[in-house]
Design a protein around this ligand. Structure first.
Ligand code: UDP
Ligand code: MG
Length: 324
């Protein structure tokens, strides 16, 4: 793996390169605003002898995103882009962008202005100095987000904390600045079920956290419906924890022990009191309850099996239609 040559003095002659990796899905309104702001930041970095490149990924947009990216790449040779053959999701777009990026440093960020570009010079400092390998961001507020979503997001982070063997910071964003070694180690994970929020902490290295307040998108709408987020969180839990499988086994053992106890109670009542337990309603409830738990456990097993099935097929994470 290629480590960034931090021994190069950034004020010396060989400029370091920073790549901005930007997944875009129907972002025709946001991209021009993003590009303008990013150019201003890159201009600022030039003074430190750091040049920049853009790596946009058009994730199967149905609007004019691709046209806009094409125009930008024609007028600015720092702009590169990949267009997927269809929508493969943000995780695939991030992966493709990291693979295409050439920078000594890579920033992954959204096109919608929710990841403040003005933070980049500050985030770069500790990584450039070699004190940290990655500068990560977390939102400290969830202003402008529906309360139901914030509530479930908090629950998700709690569940993830209990179930996964890695620590996922509450409010952590995919907005990160990393050195080449960190980016390459992310790329060394080839799994199909990609969950960046878990992959980032899993690879380790030294991470410095930056906090910021949530801002609204500059344009367009969020691509995440409640159910899409729900499925994403289930995927995340399954990608980083096998504990749900263990929970199913523990439930089985627990029920077995309880049933042995109950058989004992019934036998004693029958022998001592001569009282056969009456009532079919309780029996039906117990049968329904137990079969519910059984189906739930089988469901967990099936979910892991289906994930394994997708992994062993080893299909590509994305397909590229145009590359520039
Ligand atoms: N995105 C993508 N593919 C998708 C969904 C989203 O490339 O299937 C991009 C989107 O264009 C944006 C970023 O991922 O640049 C984050 O998406 P969004 O802003 O909708 O998510 P939120 O900020 O609400 O978490
Ligand atoms: Mg966003």
């Amino acid at each position: 793996m290629k480590a960034p040559d931090l021994s190069i003095d950034s004020s010396g002659s060989a400029p370091l390169l920073i790549s901005l990796v930007v997944p875009c899905f129907n972002e025709q309104e946001a991209i021009p605003i993003f590009y303008k702001e990013a150019c201003a930041v890159l201009e600022e970095l030039k003074q430190k002898n750091i040049s920049g490149e853009f790596v946009f990924i058009d994730d199967g947009s149905k609007d004019k995103t691709l046209e806009i990216l094409d125009q930008l790449s024609k007028k600015d040779d720092r702009v590169h882009y990949l267009a997927f053959s269809r929508n493969f999701g943000k995780e695939a777009a991030l992966l493709a962008g990291l693979q295409k990026s050439k920078g000594n440093f890579v920033v992954t960020l959204d096109a919608d202005g929710q990841d403040p570009l003005c933070m980049i010079p500050g985030m770069l400092e500790p990584v450039l100095a070699g004190e940290f390998d990655c500068a990560a961001t977390r939102r400290v507020t969830r202003k402008g987000e529906p309360p139901v979503r914030s509530f479930f997001a908090r629950i998700f982070y709690k569940i993830m904390g209990v179930l996964a063997n890695i620590e996922i910071v509450d409010g952590a964003r995919d907005y990160r600045l990393m050195n080449r070694a960190y980016a390459d180690s992310i790329l060394s994970l080839t799994e199909s079920n990609r969950f960046s929020k878990g992959i980032f902490p899993w690879v380790g290295f030294r991470t410095k956290w930056f906090e910021y307040e949530n801002t609204r998108r500059v344009a367009g709408e969020t691509k995440w419906s409640f159910w899409k987020l729900f499925r994403y969180s289930i995927d995340g839990i399954m990608a980083f924890s096998a504990k749900p499988l263990a929970i199913a086994s523990v439930l089985g053992i627990l029920f077995f022990v309880v049933s042995i106890g109950l058989i004992g109670v019934i036998a004693v009542r029958r022998i001592v009191l001569g009282d056969p337990v009456a009532g079919w309603a309780s029996t039906v409830c117990i049968i329904l309850f137990c079969s519910g738990v059984q189906l739930f456990s089988t469901g967990i097993l099936g979910a892991y099996l289906s994930k394994t099935y997708t992994e062993v097929k080893r299909r590509p994470h994305y397909l590229v239609k145009i590359e520039k």
